[in-house]
Design a protein around this ligand. Sequence first.
Ligand code: GDP
Ligand code: GDP
Length: 455
Amino acid sequence: DEDESLVQGAFTTPEERSRSKAVGVLAVVGRPNVGKSTLVNRILGRRAAVVEDTPGVTRDRVSYDAEWAGTDFKLVDTGGWEADVEGIESSIASQAEIAVQLADAVLLVVDGTVGLTASDERIVKMIRQSGKPVTLAVNKVDSQADEYLSAEFWKLGLGEPFGISAMHGRGIGDLLDEALEKLRSAEKTSGLLTPTDLRRVALIGRPNVGKSSLLNRLAGEDRAVVNDLAGTTRDPVDEVVTVDDEDWLFIDTAGIKRRLHKLSGAEYYSTLRTQAALERSELALVLFDVSQPISDQDLKVMSQAVDAGRAIVLVFNKWDLLDDFGRQRIERLWKTEFNRVTWAQRVNLSAKTGWHTNRLTGAMHTALESWDKRIPTGKLNSFLGQLQAAHPHPLRGGKQPRILFATQASNRPPRFVIFATGFLEHGYRRYIERSLREEFGFEGSPIQISVNIRE
Ligand code: GDP
Ligand code: GDP
């Protein structure tokens, strides 16, 4: 049945899909310090809000799998997203907006001890415009005697304000019963539940590198807005783009096209938006404007994609603007600034003229194949055995750390766990990574290696 298939689209792998029965995506929003993180931790039972232990795995998670009274749902949390000091008002609004856009229903948190503020009201206005159902939590109502604090919030017009104490666990059950009831009956239009099996692509890069130009070039007339398919009139979130008869899902095209980004103080906003798009994508097209110097912000966006563990293709755009001298400058940069991603494919193109844009999909396929790849354990161990015989780890304090066994723990991106008798030096790990890449490919995908020491 249709509802089921919408929900299933949220999960990355077929295994995940068959396991999960999430009814939808719930966003927790509110201004800073109202207690969002405390509430999220309370709901998750302090499990998932901690950072994953593997370096290189997404730090700024956007969504978590949650469960309440036997109901599975996804929780979008903005609590950990720091507001920057300048433009604090606009970043609160942006955080909330992104979270709401990603969700099917909203849990708005306000602070009962502070009372209603202008920021609360701005957030309410934005939620109203989204048309998504909302449940109101008045936090820091730590005892029955404090219940009167909730009354003031009736005037927001969002229905019953639920007085809760995230810290002491008070009133959480009633609140979640209501929020999940609304979530169950909500229209499922969240970005996280995009109804598709298509490969998901994030088009990222700092403002003006040519993201919307490239999107338009690739899409031509041949595009479909996903939210339109779902029968709604909201801002398009994602779009199906057909390139050479093949469909791809481009994530957060609304964000790509929005001119607002280019206004001052918007860097923080784009960072969040990029993070949210990466979280939902499999592959990142990282754009650079080769007519300009490569900036720290360019490299930061690229690192975001690598750290999020996404397959990547580097797109050197505006190639039409380069002369011989410019091309030499780029080749020098390629050897220095990009040494972190020597494994990535780079496509020089011009979104404006269309030159070489037909080379993109080949690189995208290669990167995704690498990202999906699994190396059988037997093959992996015989390879590492040979590698170790040819180049043993250098002695450390008279001892020789040895690799005992290795396995590929997961893919998307490939993650290897090596069991060794002692600490493996950084240089040796890099040597292992280089050799794995030479032997098995992995072009376009980050790979992660962790070492487990067995005495
Ligand atoms: P966030 O910025 O909205 O994520 O807020 P936090 O969860 O970080 O909480 C802000 C502050 O409020 C922290 O000092 C919390 O300990 C405190 N706090 C959170 N929930 C409650 C509550 O239910 N009662 C009281 N008294 N304090 C709370
Ligand atoms: P976005 O902010 O990353 O979406 O960038 P836009 O697509 O809005 O492009 C910013 C500016 O660069 C616009 O004036 C585009 O016309 C221009 N532009 C984009 N791609 C190219 C290109 O390949 N060559 C040239 N010469 N200009 C380009």
